[in-house]
Ligand binder design. Structure first.
Ligand code: NAP
Length: 299
């Protein structure tokens, strides 16, 4: 099959690209960078100038759309929030506008979304029908999903993958929030009771590929492993997998708010997200327990 990936150079995109190349699939990237990658055909776009090299679509079966400025890369100033929204909305709209009049379109688009779309509900199990939140992250994700729905109007199958906390040695949660654990300074956050709905990066990449081939899949699916854990448990298991001590007191909420500002909501959110609908598609998670995922990552 031939795939076009946007945001292919990022954490999730690199893992998906690696898997596709291992399967001998053809990979195109639509990228904002000039970097050349072995065995990947790179095409450029500039979403702010409405520029896109349309050769990128030639004979493509599936688009995997991941592009967007990093949610947790910088403090959420007014300008940054605008960039987080625009990078997702403008990129999706540019893809749509480029494809809508095209004769031979890709059949499927699999778009990243996030569990941050749900309202924080403490322990209540959240499924794909659950209420949408009213904070910045929920609003951003909801807007992104709404522009993505347009592809259905032009006969393209749309799958939206609501991604949980991605566990990977190359970036995301383990490289940022949990990084001090590596040096023996593991500490839970806030009251430690927040529920973390996590997924191993390789399960996530496999889910994107599974969705690309399973034509019955349409609409939203949660990308979280079946056994979420509390933040305390996650921190304890990270320390265990790293063979490091876990003795420090929890980091108080006011410190997290001082350091990260409004962005602290990402690490303090408590979301007990269900994987039931995703499992009902026949998708099999390789990593069901967080300790197994962590041991694999830190091996
Ligand atoms: N990682 C997680 O825990 C997580 C959780 C929930 C949702 N998600 C969502 O899933 C998607 C992929 O996540 P990720 O962790 O792989 O993200 P990432 O590492 O930050 O990569 C995103 C990629 O998007 C492209 N990009 C960044 N800013 C852009 C801009 N202004 N215009 C156009 N393209 C831009 C870049 O690719 P190029 O340089 O190739 O253009 C970048 O490598 C993101 O949209 C993210 O919000 C991730």
């Amino acid at each position: 099959m031939k795939y076009l990936i946007t945001g292919g150079s990022g954490l999730v995109g690199s893992e998906i690209t690696k898997l596709l190349l291992e399967n001998n699939d053809v990979v195109n990237w639509l990228t904002s960078s000039k970097k050349e990658i072995k065995n990947v055909n790179s095409f450029n776009w500039n979403i702010y100038k409405n520029q896109l090299d349309e050769n990128c679509f030639q004979d493509v079966d599936v688009i995997i759309h991941l592009a967007g400025s990093g949610i947790a890369d910088k403090r959420w100033t007014v300008e940054r929030k605008k960039e987080l929204i625009e990078s997702r909305i403008k990129s999706t709209q540019l893809l749509f506008d480029s494809l809508k009049l095209m004769q031979n379109k890709p059949k499927t688009i699999i778009c990243a979304s996030a569990i941050g779309i749900y309202k924080n509900q403490n322990d209540q199990l959240l499924n794909e029908e659950s209420e949408i939140g009213n904070d910045f992250l929920a609003d951003l994700t909801n807007k992104w999903e709404i522009v993505t729905n347009q592809f259905e109007l032009i006969g393209i199958r749309v799958v939206k993958i609501r991604i949980g906390i991605v566990l990977s040695k190359n970036g995301g949660y383990l490289k940022s929030v949990a990084a001090p654990a590596k040096y023996g300074f593991a500490a839970a956050l806030g009251n430690g009771k927040m529920i973390t709905s996590w997924i191993h990066i390789s399960d996530l990449a496999n889910l994107f590929l599974f969705a690309s081939k399973n034509k019955k899949m349409q609409g939203v699916y949660n990308a979280v492993a079946p056994n979420p854990v509390t933040n305390f448990e996650m921190t304890k298991q990270i320390a265990k997998a790293l063979n490091r001590p876990f003795f420090l007191p929890n980091i108080p909420v006011f410190i997290l708010k001082f350091v990260f500002g409004e962005m602290s909501s990402v690490i303090l959110m408590s979301q007990n997200v269900s994987s039931k609908k995703t499992e009902e598609t026949g998708f099999k998670f390789e990593y069901l327990k967080v300790i197994d995922a962590l041991k694999n990552i830190y091996k």
